[in-house]
Design a protein around this ligand. Structure first.
Ligand SMILES: [Zn+2]
Length: 370
């Protein structure tokens, strides 16, 4: 009991810091009065917490803003983007692991990649891939010239809350303790998540104006989704929420790598990958793939009352016909109002969606900003 009573004020302090940082991350520089309104904290608490955050260099005073009324202009405060840095990795690419050091505004300050191949040039699987991830993360940590908050990792596969990758066919991981391995080697806070889950959290934290109810569909070699409801990532009973790629949409369709026929991946990601490989935006193929995807996710949009669907991993060249066909298919399968107000867009973060999402994992865990 003693421990608990001691922890409570620390928790409250941490929560108050998170509320202010989250408001500043979302809205940019604000006055103390605006921060009190946005966070629901009292002006006295805001002043105290702002003072603490200024003392540790996390926020700074950033000029004055006229309030339009009598009296002196309000002083604005803002996050110091380079007060702390975060190391992030994305393991979802075919042939390489991508990494970066990013600042608190999620702007990369250093980027590095490492090939997922042996010296002889063969593609690596399982533990050697995890060892490469450690090597890349260590190089990035060594290159950082600011205090690091931690290391965030996006990986294909099902990942539990301890950072153990239960299964990733893409990387040959089978109950691989990637998070614990990185934490032990780097002595920093580490958080590992499924790539689509991380990208969804990134979208939530970094894209302006999200309402906190979104579905992010990541189309790479396969398809994964991240679902955010009421600003919370949905992980499900076994951390596998959003694994929609092997839902069968055409039982007489093409054979899938999983053994079934006509999985969503075979009618969406496979044809899109073929177009990408030949560098052609064949409209009928894009429209057909979009219709299949829309038909499959209309259920999710309806069941969860989502107002935003974000497509990521789609080149802009392929994007528009595919996006419109997907939107059309969702609208024709959902009740009028829900479909009409649905915002279906391509991710603004391009190839960086899962990488920046990995950074947001740490920003959220350490500062509570997502
Ligand atoms: Zn399948």
């Amino acid at each position: 009991m003693e421990g608990r009573s001691k922890a409570a004020p620390a928790d409250a302090r941490r929560q108050n810091r998170s509320l202010l940082l989250r408001a500043l991350f979302r809205a940019g520089p604000m006055s103390r009065a605006d921060l009190a309104r946005a966070s629901g904290l009292t002006p006295t608490t805001v002043s105290t917490v702002v003072g603490e955050l200024v003392d540790v260099g996390m926020i700074e005073e950033a000029g004055r803003m006229s309030t339009g009324s009598v009296g002196k202009p309000a002083t604005l405060v803002s996050v110091v983007a380079d007060a702390r840095h975060v190391v992030c990795l994305d393991l979802s690419n075919d042939d390489e692991i991508r990494g970066a050091v990013v600042n608190l505004a999620c702007k990369p300050v250093t980027r590095r990649t490492i090939r997922r191949r042996s010296r002889a040039g063969t593609l690596l699987w399982g533990q050697p891939v995890a060892d490469l991830a450690v090597t890349l993360a260590r190089e990035l940590c060594d290159s950082a010239d600011r205090p690091l908050l931690g290391v965030g990792v996006s990986t294909p596969g099902v990942v539990d809350t301890e950072g153990v990758v239960a299964l990733s066919a893409h990387l040959g991981f089978d109950h691989l303790a990637l998070g614990p391995l990185l934490a032990e080697r780097l002595r920093l806070p580490v958080r590992v998540a499924n790539d689509a889950h991380a990208a969804a959290l990134g979208e939530l934290a970094l894209a302006p104006g999200t309402t906190g109810n979104l579905l992010l569909i990541r189309i790479t070699g396969g398809i994964g989704a991240g679902i955010v409801l009421n600003h919370q990532l949905v992980t499900g009973a076994s951390h596998a929420a959003g694994e929609i790629g092997h839902v069968v949409v055409n039982p007489r369709g093409e054979r899938c790598a999983c053994g079934n026929r006509g999985c969503l991946e075979t009618v969406v990601s496979v044809p899109l990958a073929r177009l990408r490989a030949v560098g052609r935006a064949d409209r009928p193929t894009l429209v057909r793939a979009g219709r299949h995807l829309g038909a499959a996710v209309a259920h999710l949009v309806s069941a969860l009352d989502l107002d935003t669907v974000v497509l990521s991993g789609i080149d802009e060249a392929l994007g528009e016909p595919f996006r419109l066909a997907t939107l059309d298919a969702i609208r024709s399968r959902t009740l009028g109002d829900l479909g009409q107000r649905l915002d279906l867009r391509l991710s603004d973060f391009g190839d960086d969606d899962a990488l920046l999402g990995a950074a947001v994992l740490i920003l959220d865990q350490e500062l509570g900003v997502a």
